[in-house]
Design a protein around this ligand. Sequence first.
Ligand SMILES: Cc1cc2nc3c(=O)[nH]c(=O)nc-3n(C[C@H](O)[C@H](O)[C@H](O)COP(=O)(O)OP(=O)(O)OC[C@H]3O[C@@H](n4cnc5c(N)ncnc54)[C@H](O)[C@@H]3O)c2cc1C
Length: 323
Amino acid sequence: MQHIDLIIIGGGPIGIACGLEAKKKGIDYLIIEKGPIVNSLFNYPMNMQFFSSSEKLEIDEIPFISKEAKPKRNEALEYYRRIVTSNQLNINLFEKVLSVEKETGNFKIKTEKETYTSQYVVVATGFYDIANTIEVPGEDLSKVAHYYKDPHFYSMQKLAVIGASNSAVDAALECYRKGADVTMIVRGPEIGPRVKYWVKPDIENRIDEGSVKAFFNTTVKEIKDDSLVLNTHEGEKTIENDYVLALTGYKPNFNFLKKMGIQLSEDGKFYPQYNEETMETNVKDLYLAGVICGGMDTHLWFIENSRVHAKMILSDIESKVKK
Ligand SMILES: Cc1cc2nc3c(=O)[nH]c(=O)nc-3n(C[C@H](O)[C@H](O)[C@H](O)COP(=O)(O)OP(=O)(O)OC[C@H]3O[C@@H](n4cnc5c(N)ncnc54)[C@H](O)[C@@H]3O)c2cc1C
């Protein structure tokens, strides 16, 4: 069984920031990532552009140069990949962590490949692995996707986009512009209030002019091979349909946190308990970093405002190591 002083679970931007900070402080560490480097970003839509400008996505003040002020996914992959490779960070890729247990002072971390022990653990596993499902018949059909990748696929197809937040709006606009016949299905009365202020008028104008169709105050009742049954405010309605993008958000793996002993709030938001100055959870020497800290409110933390977690956590660990 290999012993490493600090195990960081998740090789997203924040896990990488933690690894970098540990390396600078001379702390023995290993990042364990279940996919490629920055797996979530790798799985984002092919042409996505960040809402943050590049300097706000920088970690450890390493300059992030992008063509436009707000970088594209490819540029972010390049940036974070170069940080890992140039700094020769200790990272194991394609190794999923299955469990973390505390045993006589140390943690025992089981992965698909190995069992490790460590003194400290940082959980930076993000929220992008589990999609919020809509729980209707037909959701398991192969024409339904909860992740959007490339608009080309939907060209000349009748595409329903479920949801009205940033991901849904970006996908609807992009697919419409690549020749898809797009219908948005929106549970509320309007496009989401958190949609980027420079994108909102675009989708609202496309809906007003009829280029993108939209049903507001509407939910999906059933997904069939060639149609969708909707519950609209005017009653049940069936529309023709080839593909469905159910972009209704994602959530962290709460069971994973619970099994480690981390307390979650009982208000349906599942906010994990942690010290806001050190990021240490109610389990001693177990820390949280990044978007995972927000519970169901996955918009609370993002790269821009959670990159500071790395310095907070590592200075706390350093102070314990020095004692
Ligand atoms: C479309 C889109 C656009 C966005 N734009 C912006 C933006 O402009 N600005 C901004 O600041 N934020 C943006 N965000 C949010 C931002 O991407 C996330 O907040 C960010 O990825 C959080 O980083 P993280 O390291 O906490 O989590 P993640 O990037 O999700 O990384 C978590 C990592 O943990 C790995 N992992 C999970 N479980 C395990 C396991 N059991 N074992 C091993 N590894 C595991 C995952 O594979 C993943 O690589 C955007 C998000 C989306 C979806």
